[in-house]
Design a protein around this ligand. Structure first.
Ligand code: SAH
Length: 269
């Protein structure tokens, strides 16, 4: 592999480059090699709430670590504030890694950050990450597609942006694809399930909720769709959590060996 400096854009280091790096779903070992390499070299790392602190250990010992995310009980920065901060850091001429949970472009507002940085003339490079919607079900042995069972999958948000209409036609999506993977859906789980059932979804459709996937704190419930919300409440499943609806959930028994492989020995607490 070429050394990092030969792979950087030619203007890197002049006005600063911001690397939007996907941190993966939780376990730092699921960060890409390129992400890890950039993290080791960055002078500033701006990370969000989904990034496990264990992953930050991959950063340079002298790097400035800046938390910019949403955590319960703390005042959260707004997206324009985050954008401004990234622009200011880029202008300072430093090498900046903006570390975001999962993949920066999957419900990660990475697009907004790239747009703001580009408008300000700051070079910006996106390094994809392993998204929670694929890796978290896999860690439990649930494949999001499976030949003969699921030939299509939809990744949808359960949380429309503030003031925006719900972008998901819940009653339709259950007929349009075989597997539905829902991000940010726990607080609206009852409404989402009701809308799916109203749309004609089979109440017996296998479904799962998996929280803190790929970490030692992973918790899950598996239940038929109609009973999912009750099961989640009874077990007090925390967030962040991924919801999976579809026959693939029932395939899990077949893939439990893979699930063990996906969780390395050094899993996080
Ligand atoms: N960009 C991220 C998603 C950000 S939206 C990605 O590609 O994965 C935040 C949502 O992601 C959470 O509400 C939850 O639904 C999901 N999520 C992220 N990490 C998770 C994890 N370790 N376990 C379960 N769900 C997770």
């Amino acid at each position: 592999m070429k050394p990092l400096k030969d792979r950087l854009p030619p203007d890197a280091g002049q006005v600063g480059t911001v690397y939007l790096v996907g941190a993966g779903p939780g376990d730092p070992e699921l960060l890409t090699l390129r992400g890890a390499q950039l993290l080791a070299e960055a002078e500033v790392v701006v990370y969000d709430a989904l990034v496990h602190e264990e992953g930050l250990r991959l950063s340079h010992p002298h790097a400035d670590l800046v938390f910019m995310g949403k955590r319960a009980g703390c005042k959260s920065p707004t997206q324009p504030e985050i954008n401004e901060r990234l622009i200011a850091l880029g202008r300072s001429g430093k090498m900046v890694v903006r570390l975001k949970g999962g993949d920066p472009f999957v419900f990660g507002r990475g697009g907004e950050e790239v747009t703001a940085l580009s408008a300000a003339g700051i070079p910006c490079v996106v390094i994809p990450g392993v998204t929670a919607g694929v890796a978290v079900p896999a860690s439990l042995g649930i494949p999001v597609t499976h030949r003969g069972t699921a030939g299509s999958v939809a990744f949808v948000t359960g949380h429309p942006g503030k003031g925006l209409p719900d972008p998901v036609a819940w009653g339709k999506v259950v007929h349009a694809v075989d597997t539905v993977v829902i991000y940010m859906g726990i607080t609206r789980l009852r409404d989402i399930v009701a809308a799916m059932l109203d749309g004609g979804a089979d109440p017996e459709t296998p479904a799962a909720v998996i929280a803190h996937g790929t970490t030692g704190a992973q918790r899950h419930v598996i239940a038929p769709l109609a009973e999912l919300a009750g099961a989640v409440e009874r077990k007090a499943i925390p967030t962040p959590a991924i919801i999976v609806v579809g026959k693939v959930v029932a395939e899990r028994e077949t893939f439990t060996t893979l699930a063990t492989v996906a969780l390395p020995t050094g899993v996080l607490g």
